[in-house]
Design a protein. Structure first.
Length: 477
């Protein structure tokens, strides 16, 4: 039998139209939130950095953070241990969102502060799971928003920054409010949770999930030693407006997305630098909010399910040509569309099914703590960031690619985003899974492939090295 995640026995006897009665001042962490929260001291942070031109006032920024906290219930919660696992508990008088001021030294100073922040754990028993760092300069500043991933995915982080700047710029503007803490009952329709057919289907799916988990555990290869937090790193770069526009136009002409083209380029680059056996799978994270209409688009939410992209038909590195590159990109676009449609259809099954797996939480965490050797890459595509650029007293110059510290766990992640016509990219990994010099080589190779296959001269900044071009061209006849 599966755990009843929806209603009590008395509610089931009262009929399908009975309203759900539950405590909205606290809830247990969902399983996926729990795997990110761990014991509360393991860093699992999302980091969002923007550069501003103009002067800010400390008091006004603190007031904007206060209004942000007043809107989002999860920012007024602490996490307490309960008999059924850790729980979000809403506070009447929450501690304020911390604001740390640092005097800005130079244009790269923000990267030093990001590296400091993303390994610093939260004290979730006392403080909010979000904090802000202000690198204060004369006319140039950076704001670094740090959020625990269990409540803050990419969209949540960008929403918080956008609302913070809006509250600063227009102190009288109403940000709105809501009461939901994001429990299963808040995102899955009540009628579905009570549906007998759905509950029967979930029983056998949950059994299947457990079998798949046990089987996958047998196949995993373990690394020689655990990974430390100080071994995690990120390597970032950008494409200027000309290169970004060139790539976008060529992708449009080929009938593919920029994400699909980027996926092929990084797939090829990883295989060339690391070898084909070192890369078994490629994944991408999906923003599932559009499939859950009960979840507000501006609500805090920490989960982004992933799908595995098909590598079928991808030629060996030495046989990749410009024409086969675009063929592969078209195939990835079609495969991703199909898989996202399936995910959208099954999203409620996925969420409810995972909630029945709390019993094997210890084994899930044990696997990640034992530091498995990673043989895949995850591409996180934030896309074009919808963010105002001009405000009354400042200007948003740059939004750097969001970064995630996925605890000291092996992972190769590529993050892609775009703002104000410029593409931002970053590789996040650890020294065991991907030595930093190899990450840089992958960066050069991927950018060379994109420029070569797009057939553009090296006049704009593609963040690449023209001397490394090795994509084999062949006649299309």
């Amino acid at each position: 039998m599966t755990q009843d995640v929806s209603t009590s026995a008395s509610e089931r006897r009262s009929g399908a139209s009975a309203p759900l009665q539950r405590n909205i001042r606290s809830r247990r962490l969902l399983l996926l939130e729990r795997t990110m929260y761990r014991e509360g001291r393991t860093p699992f942070t999302s980091v969002f950095t923007i550069q501003l031109f103009g002067r800010l006032a400390e008091g006004r920024l603190q007031q904007a953070l206060f209004r942000l906290q007043a809107k989002h219930p999860l920012l007024r919660c602490v996490i307490e241990d309960g008999v059924d696992g850790p729980r979000f508990v809403l506070q009447n008088r929450p501690a304020p969102i911390p604001l740390r001021l640092v005097e800005r030294k130079n244009d790269d100073h923000w990267q030093t502060e990001v590296r400091r922040e993303w390994v610093a754990p939260f004290d979730a028993s006392r403080d909010p799971l979000v904090r802000l760092v202000w690198l204060r300069g004369g006319e140039v500043s950076e704001l670094i928003l740090v959020g625990h991933h269990c409540i803050c995915d990419g969209q949540s982080g960008m929403t918080l920054l956008r609302e913070c700047l809006s509250a600063y710029d227009e102190p009288e503007k109403d940000l709105g409010t809501y009461d939901s803490l994001g429990a299963i009952e808040d995102v899955v329709p009540a009628a579905l949770l009570k549906n007998r057919s759905f509950r029967r289907r979930m029983r056998w799916k949950i059994g299947l999930l457990r079998l798949i988990f046990l089987w996958e555990r047998r196949k995993k290869v373990r690394s020689a030693s655990p990974i430390r937090g100080d071994q995690m790193y990120f390597h970032r770069w950008s494409l200027d407006k000309a290169a970004s526009l060139q790539l976008t136009e060529r992708c449009r002409a080929e009938g593919v997305t920029v994400f699909a083209a980027m996926s092929v380029a990084f797939l090829q680059a990883f295989r060339e630098v690391r070898g084909t056996q070192a890369l078994r799978n490629i994944y991408t994270m999906v923003n599932a909010r559009r499939f859950m209409p009960l979840l507000r688009p501006d609500a805090m939410f920490g989960m982004a399910p992933g799908v595995k992209l098909s590598m079928k038909g991808v030629p060996p590195p030495q046989e990749m040509s410009a024409s086969s590159f675009w063929t592969c990109a078209q195939a990835i676009k079609s495969d991703l569309t199909r898989q996202v449609d399936v995910l959208g259809r099954d999203i409620y099954d996925y969420l409810v099914g995972m909630e029945a797996m709390h019993g094997i939480y210890g084994r899930l965490i044990g696997d990640t703590k034992s530091a498995l050797t990673v043989r895949h890459v995850t591409i996180s595509n934030m896309g074009r960031l919808e963010f105002p650029q001009r405000y009354q007293s400042f200007w948003v110059e740059t939004i750097y690619s969001p970064l995630v510290m996925i605890s000291p766990t092996p992972a190769n992640t590529v993050v892609i985003s775009s703002f104000a016509g410029r593409m931002e990219l970053a590789i996040v990994s650890d020294e065991q899974s991907l030595p930093p010099d190899q990450a840089r080589a992958i960066r050069w190779r991927a950018m060379d492939i994109l420029r070569d296959c797009a057939e553009y001269p090296p006049s704009s900044n593609w963040g690449s090295r023209t001397s490394r071009l090795r994509v084999r061209r062949k006649q299309d006849e």
